[in-house]
Design a protein around this ligand. Structure first.
Ligand SMILES: Nc1nc2c(ncn2[C@@H]2O[C@H](COP(=O)(O)OP(=O)(O)OP(=O)(O)O)[C@@H](O)[C@H]2O)c(=O)[nH]1
Ligand SMILES: [Mg+2]
Length: 354
C-alpha cells in the first residue's frame, strides 16, 4: 500500500489532529484561581509553584524578604507577650520581664540586634511565656513562629546581616496578600495561569475582577483552624467561615463549569493538634457531628464531606486533596494530579472529552 493511507487511517489522523488542536486550545485557556479565607495557605502554594515550575527565588529576592521574616519573629514575640495579659498568664521572672519590655518597646521591627535576639531566646526558654504560646489557638499568631525561633538559636548565621533566607524560610513566612498576584507555570506540559488573592474579608470584594474565564478553582482551607477564630473578626470560628465561603464559591454562577479542587491544607499542624495534642474537632461546640475518636482518616472524611455537603448540585465533582503547603515534594505530587483534573474538565468543557 506504500505511503498511501486508508480512509480509516486518514480519518483517525484527522481526528487525532483535531483532538490535539482542541487540546492545545484548551491548554491555552487554563486559568486557575486560588481561593480561600485568610491564612489558609494560598500564597504558600503559589510560592511552591514558583519554586517547582517557575523562576524560583533568586538570591537578591531572598535578601529583600529578610526584613519581613525578621518582622514575623519580632511581631510574633510581641503577640505572645500581649496575649499573656488577656489570658491572665503573667511572666513573673525578673529577667524575662525585662526581656518582654525590651521586645514590646522596639521601634524597629525589621532588624535584629544581639540584645533583641538574646531577649527573644530568653523568653522562649521561660515556662510562663511557653505556657502562653501553648494557648496560641486563643489568639492570633503565625503558625510557623516557633520554627523561626528555633532557627534563631543559630544567630547571626540565621537572622544576621549576612544571612540569606532559605527556600524553607520563605515558605514559612507570613505576608498577608493584598490585591491579586498572577503568574504562568507549565505543569506536565499543561500551561497554567495561576492567580493568588488575599483571603481576608476586606480583600474578597476584589475577587470578582478575576472571575471571568476561570477554568478551575483551588479552594484552600486549613485543617488546623477548627478551634480558632478569624484575624479580622474574633467572634467568628475559622472553619465555619471557610465552609460558608466555600458554599458561596461552589454554588456561584461564575464557576458552574469550572473544575473545583479542594485542598485540605496544613495536614502537619492538624496531626499535631488533633492526634498529638488531642484537641477535639468540636472544641468550639459548633461541630457536634464531628467524629470524637482520634482517627486521622475518619477526621479527613468528615472534613471532606462537610465541604462537599455545601454544594447544592449532588452530581458535581469536587476533587479533595490533603496537603501540606510547606512541603515541596507533596505539593509537586498534588499539583500534578490536580492539573490532570483541570485538563480533563477543560477538555470536557470544550467538547473534546465526554
Ligand atoms: N506548618 C504549615 N504551615 C503552613 C502550611 N500552609 C501555610 N502555612 C503557613 O501559614 C501561614 C499563612 O500562609 P499564607 O500562604 O500566607 O496564607 P494565605 O491563604 O495566602 O493568606 P492571605 O494572603 O491572608 O489570604 C504562613 O506562615 C505559611 O508558612 C502548612 O501546610 N503547614
Ligand atoms: Mg496570601
Amino acid at each position: 500500500m506504500g505511503n498511501k493511507m486508508t480512509s480509516e487511517e486518514s480519518k483517525s489522523k484527522r481526528l487525532s489532529l483535531s483532538l490535539n488542536k482542541s487540546k492545545a486550545q484548551a491548554q491555552k485557556q487554563i486559568k486557575l484561581l486560588l481561593l480561600g479565607s485568610g491564612e489558609s495557605g494560598k500564597s504558600t502554594i503559589f510560592k511552591q509553584m514558583r519554586l517547582i515550575y517557575g523562576a524560583g527565588y533568586p538570591e537578591e529576592e531572598c535578601i529583600k524578604l529578610r526584613p519581613f521574616l525578621i518582622g514575623n519573629v519580632i511581631e510574633g514575640a510581641q503577640d505572645i507577650i500581649n496575649a499573656g495579659e488577656a489570658l491572665g498568664i503573667d511572666i513573673t521572672d525578673d529577667r524575662a520581664q525585662e526581656a518582654a519590655s525590651l521586645v514590646l518597646g522596639l521601634d524597629d521591627k525589621r532588624a535584629f540586634s544581639d540584645e533583641v535576639v538574646e531577649a527573644i531566646l530568653l523568653l522562649w526558654e521561660n515556662p510562663e511565656f511557653k505556657n502562653i504560646w501553648e494557648h496560641r489557638s486563643h489568639f492570633q499568631l503565625q503558625d510557623t513562629w516557633h520554627e523561626y525561633v528555633e532557627e534563631l538559636r543559630n544567630y547571626p548565621k540565621w537572622g544576621g546581616p549576612d544571612w540569606i533566607p532559605s527556600k524553607d524560610d520563605i515558605l514559612k513566612s507570613r505576608v498577608r496578600t493584598t490585591g491579586v498576584v498572577d503568574e504562568e507555570f507549565v505543569v506536565k506540559d499543561i500551561k497554567l495561569r495561576m492567580l493568588d488573592v488575599g483571603g481576608q474579608r476586606n480583600e474578597r470584594r476584589k475577587w470578582i475582577h478575576c472571575f471571568e474565564g476561570v477554568t478551575s478553582v483551588i479552594f484552600v482551607t486549613s485543617l488546623s483552624e477548627y478551634d480558632q477564630v478569624l484575624f479580622e473578626d474574633a467572634s467568628k470560628n475559622r472553619l465555619e467561615e471557610s465552609l460558608e465561603l466555600f458554599n458561596e464559591i461552589i454554588n456561584s454562577e461564575w464557576f458552574v463549569t469550572s473544575a473545583m479542587i479542594l485542598f485540605l491544607n496544613k495536614s502537619d499542624l492538624f496531626t499535631e493538634k488533633f492526634i498529638v495534642r488531642g484537641i477535639p474537632l468540636n472544641e468550639s461546640g459548633l461541630f457536634p457531628d464531628a467524629p470524637v475518636e482520634r482517627d486521622f482518616d475518619a477526621a479527613i472524611e468528615w472534613f471532606s464531606e462537610r465541604f462537599k455537603g455545601e454544594c447544592l448540585d449532588p452530581q458535581r465533582e469536587i476533587y479533595a486533596h490533603v496537603t501540606c503547603a510547606t512541603d515541596t515534594q507533596k505539593v509537586d505530587t498534588v499539583m500534578r494530579t490536580s492539573s490532570q483534573h483541570v485538563l480533563r474538565m477543560n477538555l470536557r468543557g470544550s467538547g473534546v472529552l465526554m
